[in-house]
Design a protein around this ligand. Sequence first.
Ligand SMILES: Cc1cc2nc3c(=O)[nH]c(=O)nc-3n(C[C@H](O)[C@H](O)[C@H](O)COP(=O)(O)OP(=O)(O)OC[C@H]3O[C@@H](n4cnc5c(N)ncnc54)[C@H](O)[C@@H]3O)c2cc1C
Length: 374
Amino acid sequence: MHTPVTIIGAGLGGLTLARVLHVHGIPATVYEAEPSPTARAQGGMLDIHDNNGQPALQAAGLIDEFHGLILEGREAIRVLAPDGAVLLDEADDGTGGRPEVQRGELRQILLDSLPAGTVRWGHKAGSVRALGDGRHEVTFADGTTVVTSLLVGADGAWSRVRPLLSDATPEYAGISFIETYLLDGDTRHPASAKAVGGGSLFALAPGKGIQAHRESGGTLHTYVALRKPQDWFAGIVFPDSATAAARIAQEFDGWAPELTALITDGETAPVLRPINALPIEHQWDRVPGVTLLGDAAHLMPPSGEGANLAMYDGAELGKAIAAHPDDVEAALTEYERALFPRSAAEATEAVRLHELMFGDNAPQGLINMFTGHE
Ligand SMILES: Cc1cc2nc3c(=O)[nH]c(=O)nc-3n(C[C@H](O)[C@H](O)[C@H](O)COP(=O)(O)OP(=O)(O)OC[C@H]3O[C@@H](n4cnc5c(N)ncnc54)[C@H](O)[C@@H]3O)c2cc1C
Protein backbone atom coordinates (compact mmCIF):
# COMPACT_ATOMS: atom_id res chain seq x y z
CA MET A 1 0.00 0.00 0.00
CA HIS A 2 1.70 3.18 -1.12
CA THR A 3 -0.71 5.83 0.15
CA PRO A 4 -1.93 5.97 3.74
CA VAL A 5 -5.34 4.45 4.32
CA THR A 6 -7.71 7.38 3.78
CA ILE A 7 -10.57 7.54 6.27
CA ILE A 8 -13.38 10.07 5.88
CA GLY A 9 -14.88 10.95 9.29
CA ALA A 10 -13.38 11.17 12.79
CA GLY A 11 -16.32 9.64 14.67
CA LEU A 12 -15.76 6.69 16.98
CA GLY A 13 -15.69 4.28 14.02
CA GLY A 14 -13.13 6.10 11.90
CA LEU A 15 -10.87 6.82 14.88
CA THR A 16 -10.95 3.19 16.05
CA LEU A 17 -9.90 2.08 12.57
CA ALA A 18 -7.06 4.61 12.50
CA ARG A 19 -5.88 3.51 15.93
CA VAL A 20 -5.97 -0.25 15.17
CA LEU A 21 -4.03 0.40 11.96
CA HIS A 22 -1.50 2.41 13.96
CA VAL A 23 -1.12 -0.45 16.45
CA HIS A 24 -0.20 -2.63 13.44
CA GLY A 25 2.23 -0.04 12.06
CA ILE A 26 0.01 0.96 9.11
CA PRO A 27 -0.30 4.70 8.42
CA ALA A 28 -3.71 6.29 8.04
CA THR A 29 -5.06 9.80 7.56
CA VAL A 30 -8.49 10.80 8.84
CA TYR A 31 -10.25 13.72 7.11
CA GLU A 32 -12.90 15.32 9.34
CA ALA A 33 -15.41 18.01 8.33
CA GLU A 34 -15.49 19.72 11.72
CA PRO A 35 -12.88 22.43 12.22
CA SER A 36 -11.51 21.12 15.53
CA PRO A 37 -11.98 18.37 18.12
CA THR A 38 -14.01 20.76 20.28
CA ALA A 39 -16.19 22.22 17.51
CA ARG A 40 -19.28 20.31 18.64
CA ALA A 41 -20.28 19.02 22.08
CA GLN A 42 -19.99 15.23 22.01
CA GLY A 43 -22.72 15.01 24.66
CA GLY A 44 -24.31 11.86 25.85
CA MET A 45 -23.34 8.71 27.62
CA LEU A 46 -22.65 5.45 25.83
CA ASP A 47 -22.83 1.97 27.29
CA ILE A 48 -19.91 0.04 25.84
CA HIS A 49 -20.74 -3.60 25.37
CA ASP A 50 -18.60 -6.61 26.19
CA ASN A 51 -19.35 -8.26 22.83
CA ASN A 52 -18.46 -5.39 20.46
CA GLY A 53 -17.36 -2.00 21.86
CA GLN A 54 -15.03 -3.47 24.47
CA PRO A 55 -13.27 -5.97 22.14
CA ALA A 56 -12.75 -3.05 19.74
CA LEU A 57 -11.02 -1.06 22.48
CA GLN A 58 -8.97 -4.14 23.33
CA ALA A 59 -7.82 -4.36 19.70
CA ALA A 60 -6.99 -0.65 19.90
CA GLY A 61 -4.83 -1.27 23.00
CA LEU A 62 -6.94 1.19 25.00
CA ILE A 63 -8.87 -1.02 27.41
CA ASP A 64 -7.10 0.36 30.52
CA GLU A 65 -7.78 3.95 29.44
CA PHE A 66 -11.42 2.94 28.86
CA HIS A 67 -11.71 1.44 32.35
CA GLY A 68 -10.56 4.78 33.74
CA LEU A 69 -13.58 6.50 32.17
CA ILE A 70 -16.33 4.22 33.52
CA LEU A 71 -19.01 5.98 35.54
CA GLU A 72 -19.85 3.65 38.41
CA GLY A 73 -23.46 2.65 39.07
CA ARG A 74 -24.82 3.91 35.76
CA GLU A 75 -26.14 0.49 34.63
CA ALA A 76 -29.11 0.86 37.02
CA ILE A 77 -32.49 0.78 35.24
CA ARG A 78 -35.86 2.19 36.24
CA VAL A 79 -39.12 1.87 34.33
CA LEU A 80 -41.85 4.26 35.48
CA ALA A 81 -45.53 4.46 34.55
CA PRO A 82 -46.81 7.81 33.23
CA ASP A 83 -48.11 8.67 36.72
CA GLY A 84 -44.63 8.10 38.16
CA ALA A 85 -45.36 4.69 39.71
CA VAL A 86 -42.27 2.46 39.73
CA LEU A 87 -42.74 -0.58 37.46
CA LEU A 88 -39.15 -1.83 37.56
CA ASP A 89 -36.13 -0.74 39.60
CA GLU A 90 -32.90 -2.66 39.02
CA ALA A 91 -29.74 -1.57 40.80
CA ASP A 92 -26.32 -1.70 39.13
CA ASP A 93 -24.69 -4.73 40.76
CA GLY A 94 -21.57 -4.44 38.59
CA THR A 95 -22.32 -7.57 36.54
CA GLY A 96 -24.10 -5.93 33.59
CA GLY A 97 -21.28 -6.00 31.01
CA ARG A 98 -22.33 -2.62 29.62
CA PRO A 99 -20.46 0.07 31.55
CA GLU A 100 -21.28 3.67 30.73
CA VAL A 101 -18.81 6.38 29.71
CA GLN A 102 -19.11 9.90 28.36
CA ARG A 103 -18.89 9.85 24.55
CA GLY A 104 -16.59 12.88 24.43
CA GLU A 105 -14.09 11.29 26.82
CA LEU A 106 -14.08 8.07 24.82
CA ARG A 107 -13.42 9.97 21.62
CA GLN A 108 -10.61 11.87 23.35
CA ILE A 109 -8.68 8.73 24.35
CA LEU A 110 -8.82 7.62 20.71
CA LEU A 111 -7.63 11.04 19.50
CA ASP A 112 -4.82 11.11 22.08
CA SER A 113 -3.65 7.66 20.93
CA LEU A 114 -2.97 8.71 17.33
CA PRO A 115 0.25 10.25 16.01
CA ALA A 116 0.04 14.04 15.70
CA GLY A 117 -1.40 15.13 12.37
CA THR A 118 -3.33 11.90 11.73
CA VAL A 119 -6.64 13.78 11.85
CA ARG A 120 -6.96 16.61 9.34
CA TRP A 121 -9.68 18.85 10.80
CA GLY A 122 -11.76 21.16 8.59
CA HIS A 123 -11.73 18.75 5.62
CA LYS A 124 -15.32 18.18 4.51
CA ALA A 125 -15.43 15.63 1.70
CA GLY A 126 -17.64 17.02 -1.06
CA SER A 127 -17.36 14.49 -3.85
CA VAL A 128 -15.49 11.30 -4.57
CA ARG A 129 -14.72 9.78 -7.96
CA ALA A 130 -13.22 6.52 -9.12
CA LEU A 131 -9.96 6.78 -11.09
CA GLY A 132 -9.77 3.07 -11.96
CA ASP A 133 -7.51 0.31 -10.54
CA GLY A 134 -9.12 0.75 -7.12
CA ARG A 135 -7.91 4.35 -6.78
CA HIS A 136 -10.22 7.19 -5.75
CA GLU A 137 -9.98 10.95 -5.66
CA VAL A 138 -11.69 12.84 -2.83
CA THR A 139 -12.43 16.54 -3.35
CA PHE A 140 -12.91 18.59 -0.20
CA ALA A 141 -15.12 21.64 0.25
CA ASP A 142 -12.07 23.94 0.03
CA GLY A 143 -11.21 22.52 -3.41
CA THR A 144 -8.19 20.46 -2.30
CA THR A 145 -8.02 16.81 -3.34
CA VAL A 146 -6.42 13.58 -2.22
CA VAL A 147 -5.91 10.36 -4.19
CA THR A 148 -5.88 7.04 -2.37
CA SER A 149 -5.78 3.33 -3.10
CA LEU A 150 -7.81 2.52 0.03
CA LEU A 151 -10.74 4.77 0.92
CA VAL A 152 -12.98 4.16 3.95
CA GLY A 153 -16.27 5.99 4.41
CA ALA A 154 -16.66 6.49 8.18
CA ASP A 155 -18.64 9.66 7.59
CA GLY A 156 -21.89 8.73 9.25
CA ALA A 157 -25.53 8.80 8.20
CA TRP A 158 -25.18 11.09 5.19
CA SER A 159 -21.95 9.58 3.90
CA ARG A 160 -20.37 11.11 0.78
CA VAL A 161 -18.49 7.87 0.16
CA ARG A 162 -21.55 5.57 0.19
CA PRO A 163 -22.75 6.50 -3.35
CA LEU A 164 -19.62 4.79 -4.75
CA LEU A 165 -21.02 1.51 -3.41
CA SER A 166 -24.78 1.77 -3.13
CA ASP A 167 -27.82 3.81 -4.15
CA ALA A 168 -29.38 3.53 -0.70
CA THR A 169 -30.16 6.67 1.30
CA PRO A 170 -31.49 6.87 4.86
CA GLU A 171 -35.24 7.23 5.27
CA TYR A 172 -37.22 8.65 8.17
CA ALA A 173 -37.99 5.85 10.64
CA GLY A 174 -41.31 7.38 11.73
CA ILE A 175 -40.02 8.63 15.07
CA SER A 176 -38.09 11.65 16.33
CA PHE A 177 -36.23 12.31 19.55
CA ILE A 178 -36.11 15.66 21.32
CA GLU A 179 -32.98 16.04 23.41
CA THR A 180 -32.90 18.06 26.64
CA TYR A 181 -30.39 18.57 29.45
CA LEU A 182 -31.17 19.41 33.08
CA LEU A 183 -27.94 20.43 34.79
CA ASP A 184 -26.97 19.74 38.39
CA GLY A 185 -30.10 17.59 38.80
CA ASP A 186 -29.76 16.67 42.47
CA THR A 187 -29.68 20.31 43.54
CA ARG A 188 -31.78 22.09 40.94
CA HIS A 189 -34.24 19.36 39.89
CA PRO A 190 -34.38 16.92 42.84
CA ALA A 191 -37.75 15.32 41.96
CA SER A 192 -36.64 14.56 38.40
CA ALA A 193 -33.21 13.39 39.61
CA LYS A 194 -34.93 10.97 41.99
CA ALA A 195 -37.17 9.69 39.20
CA VAL A 196 -34.16 9.05 36.93
CA GLY A 197 -32.28 7.28 39.73
CA GLY A 198 -28.64 6.26 39.41
CA GLY A 199 -28.63 5.18 35.77
CA SER A 200 -31.33 5.05 33.07
CA LEU A 201 -35.03 5.86 33.22
CA PHE A 202 -37.68 4.66 30.77
CA ALA A 203 -41.23 6.08 30.96
CA LEU A 204 -43.04 4.74 27.92
CA ALA A 205 -46.47 4.51 26.37
CA PRO A 206 -47.60 3.46 22.89
CA GLY A 207 -46.12 5.94 20.39
CA LYS A 208 -44.18 8.04 22.89
CA GLY A 209 -41.72 7.97 25.74
CA ILE A 210 -39.27 9.77 27.98
CA GLN A 211 -35.83 8.17 28.34
CA ALA A 212 -33.26 9.79 30.59
CA HIS A 213 -29.73 9.08 31.80
CA ARG A 214 -27.83 10.33 34.80
CA GLU A 215 -24.57 11.61 33.38
CA SER A 216 -21.46 12.86 35.15
CA GLY A 217 -21.95 15.84 37.46
CA GLY A 218 -25.61 14.94 38.04
CA THR A 219 -26.66 16.07 34.55
CA LEU A 220 -30.00 14.57 33.50
CA HIS A 221 -29.88 13.92 29.76
CA THR A 222 -33.24 13.14 28.19
CA TYR A 223 -34.47 11.85 24.86
CA VAL A 224 -38.19 12.43 24.46
CA ALA A 225 -39.51 10.12 21.74
CA LEU A 226 -42.59 10.78 19.61
CA ARG A 227 -43.79 8.55 16.78
CA LYS A 228 -45.05 11.29 14.47
CA PRO A 229 -44.51 12.29 10.84
CA GLN A 230 -41.80 14.84 10.14
CA ASP A 231 -44.45 17.37 9.05
CA TRP A 232 -45.77 17.45 12.59
CA PHE A 233 -42.41 18.62 13.93
CA ALA A 234 -42.04 21.15 11.13
CA GLY A 235 -44.82 23.16 12.80
CA ILE A 236 -42.77 23.61 15.99
CA VAL A 237 -40.21 26.40 16.07
CA PHE A 238 -37.31 24.80 17.93
CA PRO A 239 -35.17 27.93 18.33
CA ASP A 240 -38.02 29.23 20.53
CA SER A 241 -37.02 26.87 23.35
CA ALA A 242 -39.77 27.45 25.87
CA THR A 243 -42.62 27.26 23.37
CA ALA A 244 -41.16 24.17 21.70
CA ALA A 245 -40.67 22.40 25.03
CA ALA A 246 -44.21 23.31 26.12
CA ARG A 247 -45.64 21.98 22.84
CA ILE A 248 -43.76 18.68 23.19
CA ALA A 249 -44.81 18.41 26.84
CA GLN A 250 -48.47 18.75 25.79
CA GLU A 251 -48.14 15.29 24.28
CA PHE A 252 -47.45 14.05 27.82
CA ASP A 253 -50.40 15.83 29.41
CA GLY A 254 -51.34 14.17 32.70
CA TRP A 255 -47.93 12.52 33.19
CA ALA A 256 -46.15 12.99 36.53
CA PRO A 257 -44.59 16.49 36.90
CA GLU A 258 -41.15 15.03 37.70
CA LEU A 259 -41.28 13.37 34.25
CA THR A 260 -42.62 16.31 32.23
CA ALA A 261 -40.05 18.56 33.95
CA LEU A 262 -37.42 16.60 32.03
CA ILE A 263 -38.96 18.19 28.90
CA THR A 264 -39.82 21.68 30.12
CA ASP A 265 -37.13 22.52 32.70
CA GLY A 266 -34.00 22.05 30.59
CA GLU A 267 -31.16 24.54 30.88
CA THR A 268 -30.27 24.09 27.20
CA ALA A 269 -32.47 24.54 24.13
CA PRO A 270 -34.32 21.34 23.15
CA VAL A 271 -32.82 19.77 20.02
CA LEU A 272 -34.90 17.85 17.49
CA ARG A 273 -33.28 14.61 16.27
CA PRO A 274 -35.29 12.93 13.50
CA ILE A 275 -34.43 9.23 13.40
CA ASN A 276 -33.43 7.86 9.99
CA ALA A 277 -32.39 4.40 8.91
CA LEU A 278 -30.90 2.56 5.95
CA PRO A 279 -32.65 -0.62 4.71
CA ILE A 280 -32.09 -3.48 7.17
CA GLU A 281 -30.34 -5.64 4.57
CA HIS A 282 -28.19 -2.81 3.20
CA GLN A 283 -25.14 -4.21 1.42
CA TRP A 284 -23.19 -3.75 -1.78
CA ASP A 285 -21.13 -5.60 -4.34
CA ARG A 286 -17.39 -5.38 -3.85
CA VAL A 287 -15.93 -2.25 -5.45
CA PRO A 288 -12.12 -2.20 -5.56
CA GLY A 289 -10.39 0.12 -3.10
CA VAL A 290 -13.34 1.39 -1.08
CA THR A 291 -15.59 0.33 1.81
CA LEU A 292 -17.79 1.74 4.59
CA LEU A 293 -18.10 1.34 8.34
CA GLY A 294 -20.45 2.42 11.12
CA ASP A 295 -23.53 4.50 10.36
CA ALA A 296 -22.35 5.02 6.77
CA ALA A 297 -22.78 1.26 6.28
CA HIS A 298 -25.76 0.45 8.50
CA LEU A 299 -27.58 3.44 10.00
CA MET A 300 -30.35 2.04 12.21
CA PRO A 301 -32.78 3.39 14.83
CA PRO A 302 -30.91 4.02 18.11
CA SER A 303 -30.75 0.77 20.09
CA GLY A 304 -27.66 1.41 22.18
CA GLU A 305 -25.55 -0.41 19.59
CA GLY A 306 -24.63 2.16 16.90
CA ALA A 307 -21.44 3.50 18.45
CA ASN A 308 -20.44 0.04 19.64
CA LEU A 309 -20.89 -1.35 16.13
CA ALA A 310 -18.99 1.53 14.53
CA MET A 311 -16.02 0.84 16.81
CA TYR A 312 -16.26 -2.89 16.22
CA ASP A 313 -16.39 -2.37 12.44
CA GLY A 314 -13.34 -0.12 12.67
CA ALA A 315 -11.39 -2.69 14.68
CA GLU A 316 -12.39 -5.59 12.42
CA LEU A 317 -11.47 -3.66 9.29
CA GLY A 318 -8.15 -2.61 10.80
CA LYS A 319 -7.33 -6.22 11.71
CA ALA A 320 -8.31 -7.45 8.23
CA ILE A 321 -6.06 -4.86 6.55
CA ALA A 322 -3.20 -5.83 8.88
CA ALA A 323 -3.75 -9.51 8.05
CA HIS A 324 -3.52 -8.84 4.27
CA PRO A 325 -1.02 -5.99 3.99
CA ASP A 326 -0.38 -6.61 0.28
CA ASP A 327 -3.90 -7.52 -0.76
CA VAL A 328 -6.48 -4.80 -0.12
CA GLU A 329 -9.25 -6.71 -1.88
CA ALA A 330 -8.75 -9.82 0.27
CA ALA A 331 -8.96 -7.60 3.37
CA LEU A 332 -12.13 -5.82 2.25
CA THR A 333 -13.79 -9.07 1.15
CA GLU A 334 -13.10 -10.68 4.52
CA TYR A 335 -14.33 -7.60 6.40
CA GLU A 336 -17.56 -7.21 4.39
CA ARG A 337 -18.39 -10.93 4.53
CA ALA A 338 -18.82 -10.61 8.30
CA LEU A 339 -20.10 -7.01 8.26
CA PHE A 340 -23.28 -7.62 6.24
CA PRO A 341 -24.92 -10.37 8.33
CA ARG A 342 -23.78 -8.71 11.58
CA SER A 343 -25.33 -5.38 10.57
CA ALA A 344 -28.58 -6.92 9.31
CA ALA A 345 -29.03 -8.87 12.57
CA GLU A 346 -28.43 -5.73 14.65
CA ALA A 347 -30.76 -3.60 12.50
CA THR A 348 -33.51 -6.23 12.85
CA GLU A 349 -32.99 -6.17 16.61
CA ALA A 350 -33.08 -2.35 16.68
CA VAL A 351 -36.47 -2.31 14.94
CA ARG A 352 -37.75 -4.97 17.35
CA LEU A 353 -36.52 -2.95 20.34
CA HIS A 354 -38.31 0.17 19.10
CA GLU A 355 -41.51 -1.85 18.82
CA LEU A 356 -41.09 -3.08 22.41
CA MET A 357 -40.48 0.49 23.58
CA PHE A 358 -43.02 2.44 21.55
CA GLY A 359 -45.45 -0.18 20.18
CA ASP A 360 -48.91 -1.11 21.44
CA ASN A 361 -47.53 -3.22 24.31
CA ALA A 362 -45.35 -0.42 25.79
CA PRO A 363 -43.99 -0.41 28.40
CA GLN A 364 -44.69 -4.07 29.22
CA GLY A 365 -42.74 -5.31 26.20
CA LEU A 366 -39.58 -3.60 27.44
CA ILE A 367 -40.10 -4.77 31.03
CA ASN A 368 -40.46 -8.34 29.75
CA MET A 369 -37.20 -7.94 27.88
CA PHE A 370 -35.35 -6.58 30.92
CA THR A 371 -36.69 -9.34 33.17
CA GLY A 372 -36.19 -12.16 30.65
CA HIS A 373 -39.93 -12.92 30.30
CA GLU A 374 -40.30 -12.43 26.55
C1 LIG B 1 -30.47 10.20 19.41
C2 LIG B 1 -29.40 9.15 19.28
C3 LIG B 1 -28.98 8.43 20.40
C4 LIG B 1 -27.99 7.43 20.27
N1 LIG B 1 -27.60 6.74 21.38
C5 LIG B 1 -26.67 5.76 21.25
C6 LIG B 1 -26.24 5.00 22.39
O1 LIG B 1 -26.70 5.20 23.52
N2 LIG B 1 -25.32 4.02 22.21
C7 LIG B 1 -24.78 3.74 20.97
O2 LIG B 1 -23.95 2.82 20.86
N3 LIG B 1 -25.16 4.44 19.89
C8 LIG B 1 -26.08 5.44 19.99
N4 LIG B 1 -26.48 6.15 18.90
C9 LIG B 1 -25.87 5.82 17.59
C10 LIG B 1 -24.47 6.37 17.47
O3 LIG B 1 -24.45 7.75 17.79
C11 LIG B 1 -23.95 6.18 16.04
O4 LIG B 1 -24.30 4.90 15.57
C12 LIG B 1 -22.43 6.33 16.01
O5 LIG B 1 -22.07 7.65 16.38
C13 LIG B 1 -21.87 6.01 14.63
O6 LIG B 1 -20.49 6.25 14.61
P1 LIG B 1 -19.77 6.58 13.24
O7 LIG B 1 -18.33 6.74 13.59
O8 LIG B 1 -20.16 5.57 12.22
O9 LIG B 1 -20.41 7.95 12.73
P2 LIG B 1 -20.50 9.38 13.41
O10 LIG B 1 -20.42 9.32 14.89
O11 LIG B 1 -21.70 10.04 12.80
O12 LIG B 1 -19.20 10.12 12.91
C14 LIG B 1 -19.06 10.53 11.58
C15 LIG B 1 -18.01 11.63 11.50
O13 LIG B 1 -17.84 11.98 10.12
C16 LIG B 1 -17.84 13.38 10.00
N5 LIG B 1 -18.32 13.68 8.63
C17 LIG B 1 -19.59 13.61 8.17
N6 LIG B 1 -19.64 13.96 6.88
C18 LIG B 1 -18.37 14.24 6.51
C19 LIG B 1 -17.78 14.66 5.28
N7 LIG B 1 -18.52 14.85 4.19
N8 LIG B 1 -16.43 14.86 5.26
C20 LIG B 1 -15.66 14.66 6.38
N9 LIG B 1 -16.19 14.27 7.56
C21 LIG B 1 -17.51 14.07 7.63
C22 LIG B 1 -18.77 13.86 11.10
O14 LIG B 1 -18.51 15.22 11.42
C23 LIG B 1 -18.42 12.90 12.23
O15 LIG B 1 -17.35 13.36 13.00
C24 LIG B 1 -27.44 7.16 19.01
C25 LIG B 1 -27.86 7.88 17.88
C26 LIG B 1 -28.83 8.87 18.02
C27 LIG B 1 -29.30 9.61 16.79
